[in-house]
Design a protein around this ligand. Structure first.
Ligand SMILES: [Zn+2]
Length: 142
């Protein structure tokens, strides 16, 4: 008779985010790499702490990861320092807005409309550029 299956654990482990896992793995690898580098340094100085050939090979294998691992160990910009304050917005450019003079066609204004846009402009059905050209040709001063 088969033993009954064990009940699943009632407490779920705390959810691990991939980001936290990523940080944890990198941290452990970095610590191990640092330790391996220190052991190799000691060995080079004649104070080897390697207990066996396999121990030495494991440390060397870890050190081979360094070129790939070290670039990943850059501190995140957000954690390294607070983001630089954004530059203050440049002062607004003060364009010289042309003031609309009194309309030479209907005498409304100033500020009512350009002569090209005058409701009494007989060329109002034309495009603005055509109306503008006619106004220029007629020598109407705005
Ligand atoms: Zn007008």
């Amino acid at each position: 008779m088969a033993a009954p299956h064990a009940a699943p654990p009632t407490t779920k482990p705390a959810p691990i985010t991939l980001s936290a896992l990523h940080t944890s793995i990198l941290t452990r690898l970095a610590v191990a790499l640092d330790a391996a580098a220190a052991r190799l340094q000691s060995a080079a100085a004649g104070r080897s702490t390697f207990t066996s050939d396999a121990d030495l090979k494991a440390a060397l294998a870890l050190l081979k990861l360094a070129p790939a691992l070290l670039p990943l160990l850059q501190p995140a910009p957000a954690q390294a320092s607070p983001p630089p304050a954004p530059n203050p917005p440049p002062p607004p450019i003060r364009y010289q807005i042309p003031l609309i003079p009194k309309c030479p066609l209907c005498n409304k204004g100033p500020g009512a409309h350009w002569a090209e846009d005058c409701p009494e402009n007989p060329d109002r059905h034309l495009t603005w550029s055509e109306r503008h050209q006619i106004i220029q040709e007629k020598g109407i001063k705005q």
